[in-house]
Design a protein around this ligand. Structure first.
Ligand code: GLU
Length: 435
């Protein structure tokens, strides 16, 4: 078969084509990182074969009536990568580029994250391919309730527990919890985490990922011989994670000099007024154009002369093409998979210390575990108890990562993945093969 030159129209990337590429490269990154950890550990072929594929994958297509009376078919996914260490756990993403490969990659990262921070869960991820900004609240509720219904028998407090992720929120989790509860005839709070406080959510869960990012950055700056106070920080993303991270860093005395979101970006070398940005976002739907700031785009933000660069948006942001321009001392991966494997050696050569995603952003799943445990015990912990437990759990994992990186002379990412893969491999081996 000969390959024909694509016509200009065929080459024009459709949204679906772009989505496939993004998901495929996230999966390729996850698999390359896994292979590096497996090689480092000398993992045997059997365990390697088991751990590199997801255990279960669900794809569902379902109709929802839109506000204009028309019917649209939505496609949703739930992938359970590995459940050797406990029930499957991971977020639900509503994003136009969500596809099966993307969810596969994110599910695998959840397995390693839960293992690294020592919460008794396996890894999962799910999502629906949609742009939440283009649907009304009623339409989003209908999508969520129908998707939860399609996943009946898949999700549950003992089997698979969703949480918020990109494009979803505490409200999304409330709809899932209510839908499952309606079907069962009684309240099932443990079916989702990241719920609103009034229906079984945990104190501290909303800010938990940002809080964990702050703890890992404070730990890394201390190891680097400086402090958060007065450190110059740039942040990509001002959503669930980026906003909390910006606010908490600002409160801790850091000078947040630049932030970007989907609508643009803001730069102020003397430090941004973070509370004002939050109000600007509420009024205008973006932080772009906030008074007293100049516009900045992502590539310019990545190259800023700052102490800490926080990536709190999507996968595949720092690549071989732009890694060389990063001047930060610390790169904090608050998002999942924001740095590609080809970028890693370039960053390392330039002395940029990477706090790997499965450590940096694990605060969310740690407090999700606390929420699930509180729901099962019918207890409610105070915010200060939650935060103290979170701090201890994240710092213990951070210690293990930096120690392993030192003892094996490897990067923090490889150290984090090696610790995690080792734990999951051990659980998988001990449980054995059925039948
Ligand atoms: N979506 C978050 C993550 O990527 C939280 C997952 C959870 O709490 O289950 O870690």
């Amino acid at each position: 078969m000969t390959l024909q030159t694509a016509s200009p129209t065929a080459r024009k990337a459709t949204p679906e084509a772009t989505a496939r590429t993004a998901g495929a490269s996230a999966l390729e990154a996850a698999l390359r990182q896994f292979a590096a950890a497996a090689d480092h550990l000398g993992l045997d072929d059997g365990l390697r074969a088991i751990l590199r594929v997801p255990q279960r994958e669900y794809t569902v297509h379902f109709p929802v009536r839109l506000d204009d009376g028309s019917i649209r078919i939505f496609t949703g996914y739930r992938v359970q990568h590995n459940v050797a260490r406990g029930p499957a756990k991971g977020g639900l993403r509503y994003h136009p580029s969500t596809d099966l490969d993307d969810v596969r990659a994110l599910a695998m990262w959840m397995t390693w994250k839960a293992a690294l921070v020592g919460v008794p869960f396996g890894g999962a991820k799910g999502g629906v391919t949609l742009d939440p900004a283009k649907l009304s609240s009623r339409e989003l509720e209908a999508v969520t309730r129908r998707f939860a219904t399609e996943l009946e028998g898949v999700i549950g407090p003992d089997s698979d527990i969703p949480a918020p992720d990109v494009g979803t929120s505490a409200q999304t989790m409330a709809w899932i919890m209510d839908t499952v509860s309606m079907h069962r005839g009684f309240s099932v709070p443990g079916v989702a985490t990241g719920k609103p406080l009034s229906i079984g959510g945990s104190a501290g869960r909303a800010d938990a990922t940002g809080q964990g990012v702050l703890y890992t950055i404070a730990d890394a700056t201390r190891r680097g011989g400086f402090t958060i106070e007065g450190a110059r920080v740039a942040i990509q993303g001002f959503g669930n994670v980026g906003e909390a991270t910006a606010r908490l860093l600002h409160q801790a005395g850091a000078r947040v000099v630049a932030i970007t979101d989907i609508g643009g970006g803001v730069h102020r070398p003397d430090g941004l007024d973070v509370p004002l940005l939050r109000r600007h976002l509420q009024e205008h739907g973006t932080i772009a154009g906030a008074p007293g700031t100049r516009p900045i785009d992502n590539e310019e933000l990545f190259a800023l002369d700052v102490d800490v660069l926080v990536l709190a948006a999507l996968e595949g942001q720092i690549t071989a093409n732009n890694a060389g321009s990063v001047r930060a001392r610390i790169l904090a991966e608050a998002a999942n998979g924001p740095t590609t494997p080809d970028a890693d050696p370039i960053l390392a050569r330039n002395g940029v210390v990477v706090i790997p995603d499965i450590l940096c952003n694990a605060g969310g799943v740690v407090v999700s575990y606390f929420e699930w445990a509180q729901n099962r015990a019918a207890l409610a912990w105070r915010a200060d108890e939650v935060n103290e437990r979170l701090r201890r759990q994240i710092l213990a994992a951070a210690d293990a990562v930096w120690q392993r990186a030192g003892s094996d002379s490897i990067s923090p990412r490889l150290a984090a993945n090696a610790i995690a893969v080792e734990r999951v491999a051990e659980a998988t081996r001990l449980r054995g093969l059925y039948p």
